[in-house]
Design a protein around this ligand. Structure first.
Ligand SMILES: CC(C)(COP(=O)(O)OP(=O)(O)OC[C@H]1O[C@@H](n2cnc3c(N)ncnc32)[C@H](O)[C@@H]1OP(=O)(O)O)[C@@H](O)C(=O)NCCC(=O)NCCS
Length: 155
């Protein structure tokens, strides 16, 4: 596995991975209604092309050259996305992407990282030094759901 910067040809695969990851890996911690509210349909690949102009996307690639996960870093320190292909969950992909995102944040001299972590991602972030600030309970597309605002000082 390697971690490399986003390329525009990744957009289609990442859109599929996002929806698939939520509906299979996310389903372990959230109900069917909740994962449908979280990702009602596969996002438009153009979203990645647009967002990649403003944030850092890093993509994990397996030995066959296929994307198996990705994450992003917004210049304000927010990690918005961290998604792993469901058949690779628990194999270190998310951790490797997170480590590369933290490196990028340190290179950019960011003081704080924060994330709205899903129930499934909470442990990963806790083990990497994040603390829960607050549990967010909110309504998304008409369905009650929750995540955890977490932050980590890089000082
Ligand atoms: C959250 C996610 C990105 C983690 O990626 P991953 O590749 O499965 O994570 P890793 O294999 O690197 O494991 C990370 C940690 O979680 C633990 N873990 C492993 N399998 C796990 C599982 N099925 N559920 C929860 N935690 C698990 C590991 O013990 C590991 O901790 P450690 O390294 O400190 O021992 C992935 O599960 C995923 O895509 N989930 C669905 C989408 C989602 O919730 N994204 C987060 C949005 S904030």
């Amino acid at each position: 596995m390697i971690i490399r910067p986003f390329e525009s040809s990744d957009a289609d695969a990442l859109a599929t991975l996002f929806h698939w990851s939520i509906h299979e890996a996310g389903r372990r911690y959230y109900s069917d209604m909740q994962v449908k509210a979280w990702s009602p349909s596969r996002p438009e690949p153009e979203r990645y092309l647009r967002q990649s102009k403003e944030r850092t996307f890093l993509v994990a690639i397996d030995d066959a050259g296929e994307p198996i996960g990705y994450g992003d870093l917004i210049p304000n320190g927010h990690i918005d996305h961290l998604y792993c292909r469901p058949d690779r969950v628990g194999t270190g992909v998310g951790s490797a992407i997170y480590a590369a995102l933290e490196d990028a944040a340190r290179t950019a001299a960011l003081a704080v990282l924060y994330v709205d972590a899903s129930e499934g991602a909470r442990l990963l972030f806790e083990r990497r030094g994040f603390k829960v600030v607050v549990r967010n309970d909110f309504v998304l597309n008409g369905i009650a759901i929750h995540n955890y605002r977490m932050s980590k000082s890089l000082a």
